[in-house]
Design a protein around this ligand. Structure first.
Ligand SMILES: [Zn+2]
Length: 428
């Protein structure tokens, strides 16, 4: 029995959906597909306006010392976000959080480090402005790995829009964040480590609005005309999407016979960090232009989306070169694949359904959520389709999906990509 579920588009309104965030304008329809299955890019002014640069509040970076209690709380770390902090009792502290600008999707990111002169238990209450508590806390001490806080040490008060964490602090620094932290330095070292393999090259695709590197890795036959293009982390807090991207790319780039055969006929391009400023500055959603980058794929008002457009368009500009698969990794409340409506004809055709079936068949206990959508919103998926006619999707991972399962699903999805694309290539 096929256990794939088909979601109606309305369900996609939650979290990191192709639909607009609450309180912000939603793009008008992009019009019906034209001959060849491609729709013309809408030039309607409202679509273009939703990604026009607007001001952001640059967070004050500082370490606050509460000298009487001997506790320090700091946002001076890449990815850090604490808008304000104060003490409310002997061992009770408040961390207040605001987004970079509003309106903004409710991805209320927080990240800070803290320590104290003497080892003791304290309570830190997060309060929110412009959003509400979303992410279960992850913590890391010294050289240890990140681990979720124990549920006995977390109290979430939805009515008061607060979350209180009981934390054991001491002279060793404790990091607390909405997800395991993966900032620019992580992406730089991950892409460096991939590029130690002789068949993988690393370049800098371009730079963000504030000059941060957007690394790119490429592998597969340099003469191949069939391309796979991958991007990720347009939305800063969406770390579980990054975890899936890592596993997906590592499988495509790996040593398996399947991957080696695949790379003889295909070339893969990966820009894993499209919003390095937002990630390093601890933003909830936007770049330093105050814009949701995944609403800028028609207007291209922002430097980061322009980097991807120019890099990928140049690769595909040569006659005969085709995009066979485009995928953009994100996170939301649950695992879901935002595919294209099946009446939108792609070239190659018939990729997505066999791909979903492959995952379904190879992971019998995993429910594959398929949520097809149209072209109304100026997302990367719709750009891959409009510009290149390619099969494309947004690969969404739940905020709290088991980390081992994220890797298992993404690895399977990568194998499915290789199997299905090679079958289509052989069929031609
Ligand atoms: Zn997202």
């Amino acid at each position: 029995m096929n256990k794939r579920t088909l979601c109606v588009s309305l369900l996609a309104l939650a979290g990191c959906s192709p639909a607009g965030p609450v309180g912000s304008p939603v793009a008008p329809g992009g019009g019906p597909p034209q001959a060849g299955g491609r729709a013309a890019a809408s030039s309607d002014a409202p679509t273009l306006a939703i990604s026009e640069t607007r001001p952001i509040e640059d967070m004050h970076r500082r370490t606050i010392g509460f000298t009487e209690s001997g506790v320090w709380i700091s946002n001076e770390l890449d990815g850090g976000r604490v808008s304000d902090a104060w003490q409310e009792g002997d061992s009770e502290f408040v961390v207040h959080l605001r987004p970079e600008n509003s309106p903004v999707n409710n991805s209320a990111w927080y990240a800070f480090k803290l320590w104290s002169e003497d080892a003791k238990w304290i309570e830190v209450t997060l309060t929110y402005e412009g959003g509400s508590h979303r992410y279960w806390p992850e913590a890391r001490r010294g050289g240890e790995a990140w681990a979720p806080l124990d549920s006995a040490d977390v109290a979430i008060d939805r009515n008061a829009n607060e979350a209180t964490f009981r934390l054991r602090v001491g002279p060793d620094t404790l990091w607390v964040a909405g997800q395991e932290m993966m900032t620019s330095s992580f992406f730089n070292s991950w892409t460096d480590s991939l590029a130690r393999e002789p068949h993988i090259s690393k370049t800098i695709a371009g730079r963000s609005g504030r000059g941060r590197a957007m690394p790119m890795v490429q592998f597969g036959d340099p003469a191949a005309t069939k391309h796979v293009m991958i991007i990720g982390r347009q939305h800063p807090p969406e770390v579980t999407g990054t975890m899936a991207l890592l596993a997906f790319v590592e499988e495509l780039a790996g040593d398996s016979p399947l991957a080696q055969e695949f790379r003889e006929d295909f070339r893969v391009h990966v820009i894993p960090l499209v919003n390095p400023d937002g990630v390093d500055l601890g933003h909830w959603r936007h770049n330093t232009g105050g814009v949701d980058l995944n609403r800028d794929w028609v207007a291209f008002n922002q430097p980061e989306t322009r980097v991807v457009r120019e890099t990928y368009s140049e690769i595909l500009a040569d006659p005969g070169h085709e995009l066979w698969f485009g995928v953009d990794f994100h996170s939301t409340q649950r695992d879901v694949f935002y595919t294209l409506q099946r009446d939108l004809e792609t070239d190659p055709a018939g990729i997505i359904d066999p791909w979903l079936d492959y995952i379904d068949t190879h992971l019998p206990d995993y429910v594959v959520n398929d949520s097809p959508g149209g072209l109304a919103t100026p997302t990367s998926r719709n750009w891959f389709y409009r510009e290149f006619g390619a099969p494309a999707l947004i690969y969404e991972v739940g905020d709290q999906t088991d980390r081992a399962l994220i890797r298992e699903v993404a690895t399977t999805a990568a194998r499915g990509t290789m199997e299905v694309l090679m079958q289509e290539a052989q069929r031609r």
